[in-house]
Write a protein that binds this ligand. Sequence first.
Ligand SMILES: NC(=O)c1ccc[n+]([C@@H]2O[C@H](COP(=O)([O-])OP(=O)(O)OC[C@H]3O[C@@H](n4cnc5c(N)ncnc54)[C@H](OP(=O)(O)O)[C@@H]3O)[C@@H](O)[C@H]2O)c1
Length: 277
Amino acid sequence: MKITDIKGTVTLNNGVEMPYFGLGVFKAEDGQEVIDSVSFALEAGYRHIDTAAIYQNERGVGQAIRQSEVDRKEIFVTSKVWNSDQGYDSTIKAFHASLVKLDLSYLDLFLVHWPVKGKYKETYRALETLYEEGKIKAIGVSNFLVHHLEDLLSTAKIVPAINQIEYHPYLTQPELINTCFSNGIVPEAWSPLMQGQVTEVAELTQLSQKYYKTEAQLVLRWNLQKGIITIPKSSRKSRILENANIFDFEITAEDMVVIDSLNRNQRIGADPDNFNF
Ligand SMILES: NC(=O)c1ccc[n+]([C@@H]2O[C@H](COP(=O)([O-])OP(=O)(O)OC[C@H]3O[C@@H](n4cnc5c(N)ncnc54)[C@H](OP(=O)(O)O)[C@@H]3O)[C@@H](O)[C@H]2O)c1
């Protein structure tokens, strides 16, 4: 992945160009808060927005996109099918419900949000249908571990373009990342900033000072240098700008290893093998 600027893209396995840097909107309230965050991010040059049905803010996300002066074609929009909607018919329905809320004519990426046991294959089959109908530019999964990917790949017609997983300095999942890359699936980091806790990691504070950057900037740059798409969330203008200011420095190979070595296999979110929602 060649890192250029905020609008730089990675080519997915079906040829679609996806901006490797975007805005997450989990916990951004629908209405003014999410409209302001997305509007400001687009003004600041962000070209990729990550939402999900369960975030209940697709209306606001769509409104900000439609109000923006940026052409729809230049914005990469992701949403996800929620667990209670999994299954073939219900996923088709849920996709259309997301599209209506967003008030957009297509999605760039639609993901199976979690690997719900006994259901994720049928859910993914619905995504394949929607993709073949031209309603989504790319399809993928989220929170899939190696065994979920192997199981899915044994029957899928279309290899997922993306696996969006929890990924940050305390949880690097190297085997999973390698499995993604070796199958042509681009990994994407959720909670890249450990939901704000990166500022409390002494090693990151120390290393970030060397580059005259913040802990958040260091970690986001580390994501990109690992070839991993990243979608930090903020509803504050100053942080939306701060998080995007990562294209004027490069972490040395030696310091990349220092950040890699902070791994503790420690999750902030649920374990994809053991969740009850
Ligand atoms: N697929 C999944 O299952 C899944 C799960 C979780 C998240 N996601 C996606 O990934 C996105 C990012 O993950 P996330 O929202 O969980 O966590 P995150 O991006 O790691 O962190 C967001 C939190 O950190 C704060 N923050 C943002 N920039 C900061 C900075 N520069 N310095 C210090 N604090 C900062 C934010 O507060 P303020 O808003 O107040 O700035 C917010 O509380 C989500 O928004 C969502 O789109 C997907």
